[in-house]
Design a protein around this ligand. Structure first.
Ligand SMILES: [Zn+2]
Length: 421
């Protein structure tokens, strides 16, 4: 009888992890090298089919819930599972690592244990959540939001995408409308491994981010209605120019971020003008404002300042302004014990560590409503993401996956959460 190995000696297989990342990135590959697997498209289905096949190859029990979240459960041990997961949908110009890395590293953790003959005390589940990016169906992190009970299955199914198609119909069409009800059962703990998608770790030369929480997010769509008119014959004083009003809002949005300072960031990432013609004063403008902060009170101040700006611009420019909240999430604070585990294992494995908040939204912030949750960041070269140039060094991918393995097994095999509860 051979004895199971000491879990501290287990290490993932870097080549195998890189191969899976490459194989998944080949699905939806565009001519510029980017990956387009928008949620619930044929390309997303093909990516799902591949990852689900890998789950089955590892002997995992695969289940699918009513919003298309997929779970591969390694049904060892007993009790609630320790869950690791992320997403495999991408934006239209996605990279090879965003989301995919966390899911495939989860598979790698399980395969490493299986090959070493190591069986933890609690089950381990790898999950990928539907529509994390929100690039086709708003809000982002929709699948994990529904899993955590923050939105009903019905509301999610009735969500209409940028192409006018209904989420529930698309889910059924690609074969991922599952039977498991939402909200789902809370796992014992949740850990998400992800590329940073920002420049901090790369620029500072730090190996691992022990993520302390996620910024709060407010997405507001602003519609400005003015009057379409001839660009040559309409005197300036007669104009009700929706394009100009949109520009004023964008300029003021930047000032709001600078005035609030600290962690406040504001982005106007999208402005559509109608009729969008060179010699016609715009009748209508639709723009989005993305406000984020780690502090909820400050985020609310930014929202209030934006509302004041809209009232002022509407009055000054004689236009009508309406708003629609596309997404709103309060800042999330992760579990101290999980954050400490990440930092401790990173140091033990020779990585430098920075405790840092996440500037981007992640599925883990939804899971944090249900169970002790944490995240591990690895560096993104130059902070580039949502772009074909998105890149993380193989050695960093390997280090992150090994730290994930150590954290997962501490959670799955010890009472590290009970001890301090
Ligand atoms: Zn992501």
């Amino acid at each position: 009888v051979s004895h199971p190995p000491d879990r501290a000696t287990l290490r993932i297989d870097r080549g195998r992890l890189l191969r899976r990342l490459e194989d998944l990135a080949a699905i939806g590959k565009q001519s510029d090298g980017s990956c387009a697997r928008l949620a619930l498209t044929d390309a997303d289905r093909d990516g799902r089919d591949l990852v689900t096949m890998w789950m089955r190859d590892l002997g995992l029990q695969v289940s699918i819930d009513t919003v298309g979240n997929v779970f591969g459960r390694w049904a060892v041990g007993e009790g609630l599972p320790v869950m690791v997961g992320s997403h495999i949908d991408t934006v239209r110009t996605g990279g090879a690592f965003d989301g995919n890395y966390g899911v495939l590293a989860g598979l790698e953790v399980i395969e490493t244990c299986q090959q070493a003959g190591y069986s933890p005390r609690r089950p381990v589940t790898v999950a990928y959540f539907t529509d994390e990016e929100g690039a086709r169906f708003a809000p982002d992190m929709l699948g994990s939001l529904v899993f955590a009970g923050g939105m009903s299955t019905e509301e999610a199914h009735d969500t209409v995408g940028t192409d006018g198609l209904r989420l529930g119909d698309e889910l059924a069409r690609i074969g991922y409308l599952g039977p498991v009800p939402c909200p789902g059962q809370a796992p014992y703990a949740f850990v998400e491994l992800h590329i940073e998608q920002g420049p901090v770790l790369d620029v500072e030369g730090i190996g691992i981010g022990a993520v302390t929480g996620v910024q709060g997010i407010s997405w507001i769509e602003v519609t400005v209605v003015g009057q379409s008119n001839h660009a040559g014959t309409t005197p300036m004083s007669y104009r009700r120019d929706a394009g100009y009003a949109a520009a004023r809002i964008a300029v003021k949005a930047r000032r709001i971020a600078l005035e609030i300072g600290g962690a406040q960031v504001v982005t106007v990432g999208k402005i559509d003008l109608h009729p969008n013609i060179v010699n016609v004063v715009a009748a209508r403008a639709v723009l989005t404002v993305d406000l984020r902060n780690t502090n909820e009170q400050a985020l609310q101040r930014a929202e209030a300042a934006l509302v004041a700006t809209l009232l002022e611009v509407a009055a000054d420019e004689d236009v009508t302004i309406t708003t629609r909240q596309l997404a709103r999430f309060e800042p999330v604070v992760f579990d101290d014990r999980v954050i400490d585990l990440v930092a401790r294992h990173a140091e033990a494995q020779g990585s430098s560590v920075l405790r840092m908040p996440s500037g981007a939204g992640h599925d883990a912030q939804m899971l944090a409503r249900m169970c002790p949750t944490g995240m591990i960041f690895v560096p993104s070269v130059k902070g580039i993401s949502h772009n074909p140039a998105e890149f993380t060094e193989a050695s960093d991918l390997e280090a992150g996956a090994n730290i994930l393995l150590a954290v997962m097994l501490d959670l799955a095999d010890t009472d590290v959460l009970e001890a301090t509860r």
